[in-house]
Design a protein around this ligand. Sequence first.
Ligand code: XIL
Length: 369
Amino acid sequence: MTITAHSRRDFLVRATHATALGMAGLSGPSAFATPRTQTSAAGANARPIPYGAAVRVDALTSDLSYRGAIIANCQIIVPEGEMKWPDIHPARGEYRFEKADALMDFARQNKIEVRGHTLAWYGGMPAWTAAIDGRAEAERELVDHIETVVSRYRGAIPSWDVVNEPLVDWPEGPTSLRPSIWTRQLGPDYLPIALRATAAVDPDAQLVLNEYDIEFKGPRFAARRQALLQLLRSLRERDVPLHAVGLQSHLFADRAIDRDGLQAFLNEIKALKLDVLITELDVIDYELPGKISERDALVAGLAGQFLETVCDVVRPKAILTWGLSDRYSWVPIYFKRPDGMPNRPLPLDADLKRKPLFDVIEEYRRKTV
Ligand code: XIL
């Protein structure tokens, strides 16, 4: 089978035609897309890998210093929650686009590109979806959601996390899918249904399958890499449109990066002609020492080790962190430090000052393979 999907234009080169909403994309090729005409290794890698962060729309409006930091540092943004089902599709047949549209306006005004997150996920589903009953209804609701959301932002969102976190924590095989409304009603078919529906609405969009806990040492993580590869192969064999794997990359200070395991995995991804994006990098620091200089150095060191491992094998199409500043992060909600000190998982501190993590990301963005 030839991978026709891969011949699509590079991530972020487009966004040049206006949508029905008048949401024109950036004019001309993206400032951070790899120029196709450059052929030498050095030339092809001359542009830094685009950097981005998850953002909160309310904070963009209410917090001007945060807004300024996003504009100053990000070539890409992704909504942390505003394009998830509960926000955008809170009731059956009812769509609310105010916040997502506000994010698109902000991005357009500031010439920042947007990644869409996410269309088919087990998590955070609004209560009404529990009543979805039967295969036909589930397929209709999933496809209707994708058609409505993706078509609204067609031409303005060049890359979608179509499928998020499909695997159970400790998979036994590619069919070890995480239970969800979608697996209950559609079984493993929910993946091709979602991917094909997205491709049908926006044939130019980069379709991403996004997953976490891929990078560490230990049998559970090895099982996850293996199951993910099998899942990707099975999608390829059925000619399902898919362009990239998103490595969420929520790193943990107490877990070691499996250099060999991750590199072998990435080589297989390359062989499948899939691109790689780092989509949600942060370092969960609840078990690290309290002392800030020490902690920041360890956080940056771990991220550096991870980025080195990845960038030795592939050049990620983008590097995004799950938030830009420690002021707004999901980490304290789920991984509060036992000593009560604030978490410091992100590239800027809560005062928007650059931390060593920022510098390490800069270093790898600019590295040529
Ligand atoms: C998280 C958000 O950051 C939180 O604000 C929200 O409460 C739950 O979701 N992997 C993902 C993201 O793909 O969507 C999650 O985001 C973090 C883990």
